[in-house]
Design a protein. Structure first.
Length: 210
């Protein structure tokens, strides 16, 4: 096994084991959010409120520089309104989840959605959705979302279903696509194995030449 062979192998292992940042979504022009429970409300036969309404306290859409593009003049929000809870509350920079300072859809129908559009498409690195706060279980359990993301050509580039903000932080962190890598501990046995293979090949070559 020559020194150049070892160098090439080390280079390959380095590429496999090197840490990699999450692969952000490019050319993001629109984010659409719907209720995971759409169509299940507003009331069951016993008069108990079902979680079909869409309610969003805040959408945080950070670019590669950590700037929340949803909280800029470049973003606009659209959707139906219940009780004065305008879609604009979802991009006002506040995670206050108390009604009516949130976006709340007018109905619990399947077609209800919150649409956030961006004049200038950007590279989306982080996406979080903050839900409603309150004491009623039937209200806070509405904070489960479906998300669709579109590029400047109107093409769907990402989708997630059942993303939940039903937790203490009232925050649903959307897992964007990431690049899978082999961690260093897993790569070391691969390196040792490859060295053994190259060493064996070198030994057999020397024996053939003797």
């Amino acid at each position: 096994m020559t020194l150049s062979s070892v160098a090439r192998l080390v280079a390959v292992i380095g590429l496999v084991a090197a840490p990699s940042a999450n692969a952000a979504l490019m050319d993001v022009a629109e984010i659409k959010i719907t209720s995971f429970y759409a169509g299940l409300g507003p009331f069951d036969v016993d008069g108990v409120s079902l979680p079909g309404f869409l309610q969003v306290a805040e959408v945080v859409a950070k670019d590669e520089f950590g700037v929340d593009q949803a909280f800029t003049d470049d973003a606009t929000a659209a959707g139906t309104t219940f009780g004065g809870s305008s879609p604009d509350f979802a991009i006002d920079g506040s995670t206050n989840g108390l009604f009516p300072s949130i976006h709340h859809s007018a109905t619990s129908a399947v077609g209800e959605m919150l649409t956030i559009s961006f004049t200038t498409p950007f590279k989306l690195a982080e996406l979080s959705i903050f839900g409603r706060t309150g004491t009623s279980e039937s209200v806070i359990n509405r904070d489960v979302y479906n998300i669709e993301i579109f590029n400047s050509l109107g093409q769907g580039i990402f989708m997630a279903e059942g993303v939940s903000a039903v937790n203490d932080a009232r925050e649903a962190v959307v897992g964007l696509p990431g690049a899978a890598v082999i961690p260093v501990p897993a790569a070391l046995p691969l390196f040792a194995s490859a060295l053994g293979v190259l060493g064996g090949l070198g030994w057999r070559r020397k024996r053939a030449l003797a």
